[in-house]
Design a protein around this ligand. Structure first.
Ligand code: FEO
Length: 230
């Protein structure tokens, strides 16, 4: 798959895993995707870095759009293997980039990577990063799906990059839910949504309700959700 523009200057640059059939111990008969996003702005920014085995694919997609060394910021919303381990191949290509993550994410990631040469900035709920025309707002979402997790909201575009939240395990050439429904069915999409929620997020249902209430209180207008799966 080539990069797909979601909104003006915001691109999906991820990878599709057609073959995976087991994820966190449950069956994934439809495979999955490892989504990540590149924003072309004054200070180009990459959000999430996919699974290590698929890093070459996202690097190729990034190179289709920009020379990786020009990327100024890398946001890690969640450090679990399928979202963050690609950073091992990606960081050497963008040595000047600053990496943004929660404090818990930093502590977790440094168990697996030598981060001594990286510029790392830890962020908390409510902190923002101006990358040009766009402003990124970070919101911590602990236990959704791990203690380190956060989401990134692109204020001007009203896009929520939600990592595991709102995901589905579906491998498809469709990048948008309405495209998927056209080529498959609404039933298959809904089944995948329920399967994902039941297996990954349901134990944290009370936390999810509280987090949604917090987001509503913040008054964020969300026009597009860009999850890291599906
Ligand atoms: Fe998609 Fe919590 O990993």
């Amino acid at each position: 798959m080539k990069p797909t523009e979601l909104r003006n200057g915001i691109y999906w640059v991820g990878a599709i895993d057609w073959a995976v059939r087991d994820f966190h111990g449950y069956e994934t008969p439809r495979g999955t995707t490892y989504n990540n996003y590149l924003m072309l702005d004054d200070e180009p920014t990459l959000v999430d870095t996919v699974k290590y085995d698929f890093a070459d694919i996202t690097i190729k997609n990034i190179k289709n759009l920009i020379e990786p060394s020009k990327i100024k910021h890398v946001v890690i919303n969640h450090i679990e293997n399928d979202h963050a381990t690609g950073i091992g191949k990606i960081m050497p290509l963008m040595p000047d980039a600053t990496v943004y993550m929660t404090e818990r994410a930093r502590k977790g990631l440094e168990r697996f990577f030598d981060m001594s040469g990286w510029k790392v900035k830890t962020v908390k709920t409510g902190e923002t990063l101006k990358i040009g025309a766009r402003t990124l707002l970070f919101l911590e979402t602990p236990m959704l799906h791990w203690p380190d997790s956060m989401v990134t909201y692109v204020q001007e575009d009203k896009v929520l990059i939600s990592q595991d939240a709102f995901g589905q395990h579906i491998a498809s050439s469709a990048r948008f839910d309405d495209e998927f429904v056209t080529c498959a069915s609404i039933q298959e999409l809904e089944d995948a949504v329920w399967d994902y929620y039941a297996n990954i997020l349901m134990p944290f249902g009370q936390l999810i309700k509280a987090k949604i209430a917090e987001i509503v209180k913040l008054g964020l207008q969300i026009e597009m959700i860009a999850p890291d799966h599906g």
